[in-house]
Design a protein around this ligand. Structure first.
Ligand SMILES: Nc1ncnc2c1ncn2[C@@H]1O[C@H](COP(=O)(O)OP(=O)(O)O)[C@@H](O)[C@H]1O
Ligand SMILES: [Mg+2]
Length: 372
């Protein structure tokens, strides 16, 4: 609408205001000609001004959509865009996955999947393949979650072939979050080893949990996180030092209000890392482990783990202790024995955002050592 009105203003100036008046005054003699010169100049100026306005308006429209695409990598559902790709492409299907994706080397093997660094049309991708038929259900669940939860918190899905139990995601050369300390220890990244980078990653971790707990697929709890290393291995560190969830194979749905609780069902559930409600409740009686006898729990079990993950992510950089100090109270609340008394991921995220914003306001420059 704005654009149209500017255009019509331009037209009226061009045909009625400027040239029309100019022709009439020419016929009336030299004195009126000299009077008409400023009018012509005024019209030309207005014309130029209107052109500049239209140009700026169109440019701003263009830039707004560009920024949006750049930040969110927005594509319609079922499409992807990565690296230097100009347009969104539909997820690759079996024929393209089989013929266009070339496996280079194995880069990871967990219980459920083998992961291969691969190449597709000059882009590095990761091919995940079911390791053993025993885990087919987990594999398919993980893939359906990947499809449902695409967005800034989750690794980019590039293609899938259900028949071959294979899917393709964007390759992240820095690997899993487990590598954080060794990556930041490298000479070329050492400048980034600051509380600013680390606190932002911790904030993104809480933000990812908040997303999973309030996802389009309901409240999702991260099982397969029964020790710190396991938890970190489910996230990837992107090349621009953000964090995305990668492994969604064990992501059951909890809804306490509807009596729908989860049981991650692992014998290894013990130690300080897992929440008290996740521990095998009959260990004292020496009763053999059974999934059925476990107590059900919900997403608050993820909240219990936040302080441990944050501790790892913050590391021991100068300024990290200040962040710990500001997060001390909320971390204490995350460790309450009664899950109902723990804050939600949303509450924790709110505190993290405030702490991050205040610390950045006070001391935005990386590497500052006089924090205390
Ligand atoms: N897209 C990727 N880019 C880089 N490394 C990856 C990628 N996907 C998986 N990996 C590596 O493979 C490991 C295992 O992947 P994961 O999906 O967790 O498999 P599993 O279900 O078998 O645990 C990850 O911890 C990571 O090191
Ligand atoms: Mg895994």
């Amino acid at each position: 609408m704005k654009y149209q009105s500017k255009k019509s203003f331009l037209r009226s100036c061009t045909y009625r205001g400027c040239y029309g008046e100019d022709a009439t005054t020419m016929a009336k003699g030299v004195s009126s000609t000299s009077r008409s010169v400023p009018v012509v100049l005024l019209c030309l100026g207005a014309l130029l001004f209107a052109n500049v306005l239209i140009y700026l308006y169109i440019e701003s429209l263009y830039q707004t959509s560009e920024t949006h695409v750049a930040i969110h990598g927005d594509c319609p559902p079922g499409h992807f865009k990565m690296g230097t790709m100009k347009n969104c492409s539909p997820w690759l299907q079996c024929p393209a996955v089989r013929s266009e994706v070339r496996r280079l080397k194995m880069i990871g093997q967990g219980a459920v999947k083998k992961v291969f660094l691969s190449e597709w049309k000059g882009h590095k991708v990761a091919v995940s393949q079911l390791s053993t038929p025993e885990y087919q259900e987990d594999f398919l669940h993980g893939l359906s979650m990947l499809q449902a939860l695409q967005g800034p918190h989750v690794v980019l899905l590039v293609g899938l072939c259900l028949e071959d139990h294979t899917f393709v995601t964007e390759y992240q050369p820095l690997g899993s979050l487990l590598n954080l300390d060794s990556v930041l220890g490298q000479e070329k990244y050492r400048k980034l080893d600051t509380w600013q980078t680390r606190l932002r990653l911790a904030l993104e971790y809480v933000s990812a949990l908040h997303f999973l707990h309030n996802s389009p697929a309901g409240t999702r709890v991260m099982c397969d996180s029964n020790d710190l290393a396991k938890t970190l291995s489910q996230f990837l560190l992107t090349s621009d030092f953000h964090l995305v969830v990668n492994d969604l194979d064990a992501l059951p749905r909890a809804d306490r209000a509807r009596g729908q609780l989860v049981k991650c069902g692992s014998r290894e559930l013990q130690g300080d890392f897992v929440a008290p409600e996740q521990l095998w409740p009959h260990s004292k009686e020496g009763a053999p482990f059974s999934d059925e006898l476990m107590l059900g729990y919900d997403e608050k079990t993820d909240v219990w783990k936040i302080p441990d993950v944050a501790h790892f992510l913050l590391g021991r950089v100068p300024g990290g202790d200040v962040a710990h100090f500001h997060l001390f109270q909320i971390h204490g609340e995350c460790k309450r024995t009664d899950p109902a008394q723990r804050p939600s991921a949303r509450d924790v995220l709110g505190v993290y955002r405030t702490v991050y914003a205040n610390m950045m306001k006070d001391n935005p420059s990386p590497g500052s050592r006089d924090m205390l």
